[in-house]
Design a protein. Structure first.
Length: 194
């Protein structure tokens, strides 16, 4: 028991990143990882959402909902941020869905829209095949083929070989942490902090 108490005290009192909360992106990565404890069924359905702060039912979601929920844990409402940016600059966003105006219920749940938002308001980072270029809290987007994009957040946990950080995402099996950084072609790499 004494050893456990000493171990906890060491990590609570150690300076800097020993706790893993050295900054916004570390905290985002930690908050993102907690989403893996929540049982979520993949559901790309259209929902009428409250605004601001709207979310699909907590037991449902897609890849973008992982990002939305992680940022909401950090006090940032991407539904509101994306909607307001689209209302100001609608013409700068993809015209993939034939929309004539922003839709607060779905716009933030579309990968191309999030990519546009992060490119406009975040930091666009290098897209590479070097795992060290991808830090906890980074947002990564992939092309899955056939016009399908995907998004996830880099967390602190490492792959079994210790070479890569895991990604928290939802590609159909719920909100999970997986070693999938280089599984698909990367088309976007960002950091965003309001």
């Amino acid at each position: 028991m004494k050893r456990i108490v000493l171990y906890l005290l060491y990590f609570l009192l150690a300076p800097g990143p020993a706790i893993g909360q050295s900054g916004f992106y570390d905290q985002l990565a930690d908050s993102t990882f907690t989403l893996t404890y929540q049982q979520v069924r993949y559901d790309p359905g259209y929902y009428s959402l409250a605004y601001p702060g709207g979310d699909v039912p907590e037991d449902r979601g897609v890849c973008t909902d992982v990002v939305i929920r992680a940022y909401r844990k950090m006090g940032i409402d991407l539904q509101k941020e994306v909607h307001e940016d689209m209302a100001r600059s609608f013409e700068l966003y993809p015209d993939n869905w034939g929309m004539q105006h922003p839709d607060k219920n779905i716009d933030h749940r579309r990968v191309p829209n999030l990519m546009t938002f992060f490119r406009r308001h975040g930091i666009e980072k290098v897209q590479s095949t070097d795992p060290s270029d991808y830090a906890p809290g980074d947002i990564v987007c992939w092309d899955l083929g056939n016009g399908i994009q995907h998004i996830g957040i880099v967390v602190k946990q490492k792959s079994a070989d210790g070479e890569r950080n895991l990604i928290v995402h939802n590609i159909g099996a719920g909100q999970v942490a997986e070693d999938c950084l280089f599984r698909f072609r990367i088309i976007g790499h960002y950091q965003y902090k309001k």
